[in-house]
Design a protein around this ligand. Structure first.
Ligand SMILES: [Zn+2]
Ligand SMILES: [Zn+2]
Length: 362
């Protein structure tokens, strides 16, 4: 087996360098993953830019899919996998012993670590998916994935997992529900697919004029209607489309924009549920009228990250082959082109519109 791996290392803000790093020796309880694909997340851009605080140098990439290259006996027994098995890796490394973890909220564990945010200097350094190989900590959670799926599709377990947790699990979306999804990016589209999968009666997706292509894809995926919020009045349109009932579930996955949060209060039906999953750069929300929450008994829940049930539902849906999700895959890049991949996602490359993209090491 080779002794070194190629990894893309973030050495400064907006700077990724290709480096040869030594492969660690694997013990009884850990493993080494050979990366097949690593999804590019919106937060990867924020890490690249420094909007999200990041240690440096660091190997980014927290949406890895790969095969087990080496594994200790203890880890093989605990995870039920062996060399050659294909797995999806969860982003969070939690302690699994504190009261938060024991309550089932391990993604909020106060001592959790997140792949791609652990510095290179913390041995063995290979904590991110922008590499040929990644270290698997003993506290990792893995999911087996059918090896016959193409890697660029299998790696969508991550956004689709968010679709199930944010779109279905948290708001308890049921058959017959009317759903509004604010923001047509990969997470919004994944929420759409998850809501349709559980039998939502009506799903409406909103976006900007520049999101025309994504809104078109939403309609292809089965959205009952889409709304361009810059050229239409979303409040009025949602009332019309739902026959004056409003939405049972509203999911905000738009980033930075504050209007969708205030608007959600108007379009939510009495007793409805709102999920806030898009971050706003810590801006306060103008026009947030809490009386609307009181009078309609609206439930508002935040959503950050994905837990095992969301990933499991996503992988089951991908393996079933009956999801059109592959149509939102727009770009795949070689590992060495990680900078280009991030810039493409951030619309910094003229003429390129990315929805789902990933790195595939050669
Ligand atoms: Zn992510
Ligand atoms: Zn914990």
């Amino acid at each position: 087996m080779q002794k070194k791996t190629l990894a893309m290392v973030q050495t400064d803000l907006r700077r990724l360098e290709a480096k040869e790093l030594p492969l660690p020796s694997i013990g009884h309880d850990d493993a080494l993953l050979r990366i097949e694909a690593c999804g590019i997340c919106g937060s990867d851009y924020e890490q690249f830019e420094g909007v999200l605080r990041t240690p440096m140098p660091v190997v980014p990439g927290h949406e890895p899919l790969g095969t087990i290259a080496e594994i200790g006996d203890g880890a093989a027994k605990r995870w039920g996998v062996d060399v050659g098995d294909r797995v999806a890796v969860e982003t969070m490394i939690a302690c699994h012993h504190c009261s938060t973890c024991r309550d089932g909220r391990y993604h909020l564990c106060p001592t959790r670590r997140i792949y791609s945010y652990i510095p290179l200097k913390d041995s063995p350094g290979l904590w991110g998916g922008y590499a040929q190989f990644m270290y698997l900590d003993p506290h990792s959670i893995l999911h087996r994935v059918d090896p016959s799926l193409p890697a660029h599709l299998a790696v969508m377990f991550n956004p689709l997992g968010a679709g199930f947790r944010w779109g279905v699990e948290i708001p308890e979306t049921r058959p017959g529900d009317r759903v509004v999804i604010m923001g047509p990016g990969q997470r919004g589209l994944a929420c759409l697919l998850a809501c349709l999968e559980v039998g939502a009666r009506q799903v409406i997706v909103t976006g900007l004029e520049a999101d025309e292509k994504k809104l078109g894809l939403a309609r292809e995926f089965g959205a009952h209607a889409t709304i361009d919020v810059e050229n239409e009045n979303p409040g009025r349109r949602i009332q019309e489309l739902t026959d004056g009932h409003g939405a049972d579930v509203v999911i905000d996955v738009s980033s930075y924009a504050t209007e969708p949060v205030a608007q959600a209060l108007d379009v939510t039906a009495p007793g409805g549920r709102i999920v806030l999953a898009g971050t706003k750069g810590f801006k306060p929300i103008p026009d947030f009228v809490s009386d609307k929450v009181v009078l309609k008994e609206i439930s508002i829940r935040g959503a950050i990250g994905v837990t095992s049930s969301g990933y499991a539902n996503a992988i089951r849906m991908l393996e079933s082959g009956h999801t059109p999700i592959e149509r939102m895959h727009t770009h795949r890049f070689d590992l060495r082109d990680a900078e280009l991949a991030i810039q493409t996602l951030a619309r910094e490359i003229e003429g390129e519109e990315s929805i789902h993209s990933c790195l595939i090491p050669e």
